[in-house]
Ligand binder design. Sequence first.
Ligand SMILES: Cc1cc2nc3c(=O)[nH]c(=O)nc-3n(C[C@H](O)[C@H](O)[C@H](O)COP(=O)(O)OP(=O)(O)OC[C@H]3O[C@@H](n4cnc5c(N)ncnc54)[C@H](O)[C@@H]3O)c2cc1C
Length: 445
Amino acid sequence: MTTYSSSKFPLEIGENGWLKTSDSQYFAPSLDRDHTCEWLVIGSGFAGISAAKRLTELRSGDKIILIDAIGIGEGAAGQNSGFMIDVPHNINAKGDYLSSIKKDKDSISLNREAIEFSSQMVEEYDIPQSVYNKIGKLNGAATPKGISFNKDYKKQLEALGEDYHSLDSKQMSEITGSNYYEQGIYTPGTILIQPAEYIKRIVERLSDKIKVFQNSPIKKIEKKNNSWDAYTSQGKIITKNIIFAVNGHITNFGFYKNQLIHIFTYSSLTKKFDDSILKSDPSWGLTSSNPIGTTVRKIKVSENQSRLLIRNTWRCRQNLESLNSDFENSCQKHRKSFIGRFPNLNEIPFEFSWGGRVCLSLNGAPAFGELDENLFSACCSNGLGTVKGTLAGKLIIDKACKSNSSQLDKYENIEKPSLLPPNLLTQIGANLRIKSREMTAGRDL
Ligand SMILES: Cc1cc2nc3c(=O)[nH]c(=O)nc-3n(C[C@H](O)[C@H](O)[C@H](O)COP(=O)(O)OP(=O)(O)OC[C@H]3O[C@@H](n4cnc5c(N)ncnc54)[C@H](O)[C@@H]3O)c2cc1C
């Protein structure tokens, strides 16, 4: 008998501001008895909800269960900064620049496929613009190094034939209300979401067609003849197929050993403030032109009130446990980055600070495919899970249901996550690299 078990489960870090300010009242029950189904989707993040949705389309007559270890919207899917980005996000600044064009074109077409799939859900489920807003994003530069990153980015966008606008410091200041940025690039295709609200609303609507359980960690799965038994503390689920949509937690079950990098990153959200104290566009989102730099978002919360979100700091923790000191240091950095950008808002405190997990592979490849008979993985979204998770969730169902497409072929042709040194060396190496980049980021952080 084949058994895979996990002794580690997700934990919350701090207080997730998106969840605390979400309007959705949706809560799913916990599993309290045994169930039988054809499809069990483990994990209710972007990959899990997308897999569940696709199953309702391709296997509408089958019994489908979606289960999560914690509350719906509490995981990384509800903690992120909400940038669903269509264009390449990692600036391929150096090296054989043109050889990346084909790869980038494929990646853009897959990202747009994912965004299209999510847009259809949004339309079908009446999700409002305040939760899913196609508003584009800024790539802000506050240092000469940041400007040089943006120069390379512009070159790349031009070579790809992608739409963008360059913005000078005055235009950046008019949009953001901050004099901090020297220069920026605007790309129009990004959707800004309220991530916790997005996840909760979609799962609530899915629950009309499928069974959903929260606060029910899967501890063990066991292969029995033609089916799988998945165990929680309160009961088991007997199922024909299992989809792992647990991102980095897949390593807890013994898969992709020494192939995945586990990174934590952190956010803070201010209290509401009156719009009269920050003259800027009503809503905007900015990622730093320097990949290690600070993400900022302005979120409209009522007719004349807003909040600002700050995200920065990366730390590699291969045991999937964040240190309290990492969290505390990140909160101090958030404050410094906030005051630097908005000195006139120095009286506005943060109301919520939190952290969450991101899963990467060294070569940027997903952990995607069939792991055992009728046991599938749609994991490792390489830090862009709003889009890559959505895509992997849809395509893993296409694969499991043998619904072939050119997008599935493209995705399956991506290489597998490459092998890493042992965990301790990976962690030391990654953290040294992160820290040296942070030290040279200057005002972009
Ligand atoms: C602060 C922060 C900011 C970020 N900003 C962005 C951004 O702006 N744009 C972007 O694209 N990405 C961003 N990310 C990354 C993004 O959130 C993730 O890539 C994305 O959530 C991955 O989606 P997923 O569905 O693959 O996995 P997850 O969202 O991690 O979902 C996996 C789910 O599996 C559940 N699970 C795990 N183990 C078990 C088990 N044993 N039993 C049952 N359930 C289990 C977890 O509880 C979790 O809910 C950010 C992340 C963080 C933390």
